[in-house]
Design a protein around this ligand. Sequence first.
Ligand code: C2E
Ligand code: MG
Ligand code: MG
Ligand code: MG
Length: 288
Amino acid sequence: KAKMHGRSRYVFFEPWMDEVVRIRETTHRELRLAITDCDNQLKVLYQPVFSTITGAVTGVEALLRWDHPVNGIISPDEFIGSAEESGLIEVLGAWVLRKAMHDAADWPGLRIAVNVSPVQMRSRAFADSIVALMAETGIAPGRLELEITETVLMGDFADVADALARLRGIGVTVALDDFGTGYSSLSHIRDIAVDRIKIDQSFVNAIDAGQGMALVEAVVALAKANGLQITAEGVETERELEFLTSLGCHEVQGYLLGRPIGAAGITAILGHAARDGAASTAISYRAA
Ligand code: C2E
Ligand code: MG
Ligand code: MG
Ligand code: MG
């Protein structure tokens, strides 16, 4: 067991460590089952993204949920790491892409953003599978956006960069998610070719506290100077929305404007817009 920590390190296991290993193994086993039972245990919700300029819904972000038979709904933050560790992320990620693109076929013109893991993108089949899904669903490449995080820059980046370059070459766009967090630095947007940055919600939430304003302003200015689109995440207050809009941040996403909902909910919102005009999807729209 000590081997998994690397050849040259010896780890003496304490009882609590056994417990950690046991929980991890249980998660892997249950996740594997969830994937074979995907239509029951896995769900994809969609959170609308709004233009600050027109107020309309410009796209949706696909967000995975695991509806565990005993524990109920589990957030991806709690199991994506496990899926990456066990290699299950490849089939899990492929399932999400397939589901999201099929659902998005009902939403003409809307951008569909899907979070992808670096482990998943390292697979040789990754770019090919997306091209195949486009043929299958009729989704134009320009409607698909892949959300990556700066963790792609760690480790084996060459394969991921190749896959992203190829997909960008046919018109797929790439967003750098959670911008400003972790070990990230502003210089990273020069190391990796992206079309958009998504300002992390921790920055957005700091706007209300006051001290976040200068930082958000600097990030928006830098992104604009680099010709990038900017989406602010986790917008929860009118004050945040107003400030981001005044800076010229292009798009906003957050509980203030709309929580993640099922595919049918998105279809309903778009239906209202078609009937009542864009005003009903305008930024004044507030999902309860
Ligand atoms: P993310 O891509 O940064 O997604 C934004 C997260 O913030 C989502 O959490 C969303 O539900 C939440 N959120 C949106 N608006 C607000 C708000 O106003 N306030 C607050 N407090 N939260 C808000 P969620 O759905 O739990 O997803 C967590 C993370 O899991 C995502 O962060 C993404 O990194 C990852 N993830 C989600 N789905 C997938 C997937 O299909 N594949 C992979 N590899 N990762 C995924
Ligand atoms: Mg995301
Ligand atoms: Mg994010
Ligand atoms: Mg996140």
